[in-house]
Design a protein around this ligand. Sequence first.
Ligand code: HEC
Ligand code: HEC
Length: 293
Amino acid sequence: MQFLRGQLALTIIIASTCALLAQPPGGPGGPGGGQRRQGGFVPGQQRPTGDPAAIARGNSIYGVSCRGCHGADLRGGDMGGPNLLRSMLALSDRDGEKIVPVIQGSMQSTGMPAIKMSEDDAKATAAYVRSVLAMIGGQGKPPSSLEPPTILVGNAAEGKAYFATKCASCHQADGDLKGLATRIKDEKQLQNVWVGGGARGRFGPAPAASSARRTVTVTVTPTTGPKIEGRLVRIDDFLLTVALADGSVRTIRRDGDTPKVDVHDPLAQHKELLIQYTDKNMHDVTAYLVTLK
Ligand code: HEC
Ligand code: HEC
């Protein structure tokens, strides 16, 4: 907390001295603008609601690309990103015009990196951020005009066909996903879960096979000697810790690309699919998944 406050103060100083505002002059926001929120101008509440499929996609992208720094709940994270719930810049975003440039790198000099993604994905991420802001607007209740429209607008038969081609290599409707819609009754949550790759037991116990299927494994190829394979425990630029099948744990020094390390994350594969889905695919798949009672 101490650190966060220091960071914020520093950010404000940097922002005001260097005039690094990603905003038109005189705009209401800018870095650290959240401090001025008590001004009463909360434009977020006049914004149209985003498309639920884009929001769901944005949620997943957020989880991968933003959460480490801005936190799972947008209140700021371990890696030093500010609280977006108080960001005037985010609050005044209508259709990505404020947030997308930030994602693309307009605030790099203040510690917010440029994050590589398509304009569409950046807009979806912005839509997700707005959707969270809309939910917390007004003492935690979504104003009724911002209630997202029903998400069940897809075609279940087309969703089923899509599932057969894109998902059935890893999932079975009458196997691991059996009863999915019974477990997760709310269709918006259901969509978030399938797009994001699971809820980690938030909606009752996940199927027993689930945690095994999530296991991230790693293959290390040393310059000499046999390959090492096992479950990834921890990795950073310098060290790799891997749990071997015999129960032992090994920590290996890393020096650039030596030794060669291949990480296999089944869930990452699941998330990579995100870039292939159109909004229609998402609606259709969700419409199909709600039939898996
Ligand atoms: C490496 C950490 C990091 C990552 C990853 C990151 N951010 Fe940031 N972000 C920051 C920092 C630090 C700032 C503060 C910059 C400032 O206040 O001057 C910031 C600022 C912002 C702001 C402006 C807040 C304001 O009111 O000034 C937005 C919006 C934002 N980030 C959105 C995102 C989104 C969306 C993603 C994911 C696509 C993301 N960030 C990923 C660190 C990060
Ligand atoms: C490369 C393999 C792979 C593909 C392809 C894939 N997924 Fe996943 N998916 C996973 C993994 C791994 C998990 C997390 C482990 C688990 O929950 O079984 C997961 C989790 C899920 C979950 C959450 C399951 C739960 O019980 O909470 C749903 C729902 C889901 N995927 C739906 C889909 C849909 C729909 C598609 C196709 C559009 C798809 N997946 C494509 C690997 C995949």
